[in-house]
Design a protein around this ligand. Structure first.
Ligand code: NDP
Length: 309
């Protein structure tokens, strides 16, 4: 049986080498050179063409090339019943933590303001902010969000997390469910979104959510562009209710050249690089799942199609 590698964004040579280091016998077919479609029993995918995965009658496992699976579940013709696994990788998580800490620290220490001062040639000192009194809220405290929350907590910030079900994380105040969203937001001077993109979370960063944040709050989105209602965020930035936004992800990507985010003085943006899947580390959970698939053992990091993550 064979693994189908199906991504226009990732380097098949690098991935094949990484996979063969762990599974030397693995038969890898690089899409669209699939050979006999009946040979394919697993597929490693990123943004596959809709309906494509229906062409493989013996497909038994879909592996996402990222932590998110919205790109898989968005396919209206996804074959039913086949397990979908995502990447859980300390290397990927580490990159996200670095980015979240950088973006939050930049706002906390007024570095965005000092960047402006430098451009203006202004020598001016602002009061030193109190770390313990700075409320940071992390939307989504799963694999990545909980690591971000704990890294920020280690600096002494007052960190809370919001999830669907209550979570116990040392040093983190847990808020769970829709009814606790408003109190969670009320204490979040810096809001970091690390939610999966699902039907329940699409557009969650909208006018109502932004209004519930304290005046002068900052928004950091490192999850998916579809979480943000762009017009609502731009209005909140222009009214001054939101003081700044750091955005790594957009809808669509690449962000069109005419989009107002590019030139907005209160927006800092990066091209979906908060973290990148590194084949050398991310191959481990993939190889382990392929081994389990052939041994008939329980698979790891499976996604619940119903909840969308
Ligand atoms: P997990 O599945 O481990 O965690 C998801 C978290 O979100 C959980 O805490 C979950 O709650 C919570 N959640 C989901 N739905 C809801 C809801 N409706 N209401 C409240 N909370 C909810 O995901 P990861 O941490 O591994 O990844 C998160 C996302 O980060 C990915 O889906 C991906 O889109 C994004 N990402 C972005 C990258 C980038 O470079 N910008 C790189 C890697 C990932 P509960 O704990 O109760 O289940």
């Amino acid at each position: 049986m064979a693994l189908l590698f199906l991504s226009k964004h990732d380097d098949p040579t690098r991935w094949s080498a990484a996979l063969h280091r762990h599974l030397p016998e693995l038969d890898i077919r690089i899409w669209p050179e699939t050979g006999d479609v009946g040979d394919i029993d697993s597929a490693l995918v990123w943004n596959h063409p809709p309906g494509e995965l229906n062409r493989y009658p013996n497909l038994r496992l879909i592996l996402s090339l990222g932590a998110g699976v919205n790109h898989v579940l968005d396919d209206p013709d996804l074959p039913p019943g086949i397990p979908i696994a995502r990447i859980v990788d300390p290397g990927l998580t580490g990159g996200m933590v670095e980015y979240a800490v950088w973006a939050a620290m930049r706002y906390h220490r007024n570095l965005d303001v000092y960047e402006r001062f430098q451009r203006e040639g202004t020598w001016k000192k602002l009061p030193m902010p109190d770390t313990a009194r700075r409320g940071i809220g992390v939307l989504g405290i799963g694999e990545i969000g909980s690591a971000c929350a704990q890294a920020l907590s280690a600096f002494g910030f007052s960190v809370a997390g919001w999830s669907r079900t209550p979570r116990t994380l040392e040093g983190i105040v847990s808020y769970a469910g829709n009814e606790s969203l408003k109190p969670f937001l009320a204490r979040s001077e810096i809001l970091i979104c690390v939610l999966p993109l699902t039907t329940a979370t699409r557009g969650i960063i909208n006018a109502e959510l932004l209004e519930a944040l304290p005046k002068g709050a900052f928004v950091i989105n490192i999850a998916r562009g579809g979480h943000v209602v762009d017009a609502d965020l731009l209005a909140a930035l222009d009214s001054g209710h939101i003081a700044g936004a750091t955005l790594d992800v957009f809808q669509p990507e690449p962000l069109p050249p005419e989009h107002p985010y590019w030139r907005h003085p209160k927006v800092t943006l990066t091209p979906h690089i908060a973290s990148l899947t590194n084949p050398d580390t991310a191959v481990l959970p993939i190889a382990e799942n392929l081994r389990r698939l052939s041994a008939g053992q329980p698979l790891l990091h499976l996604v619940d199609r119903e909840s969308g993550y």
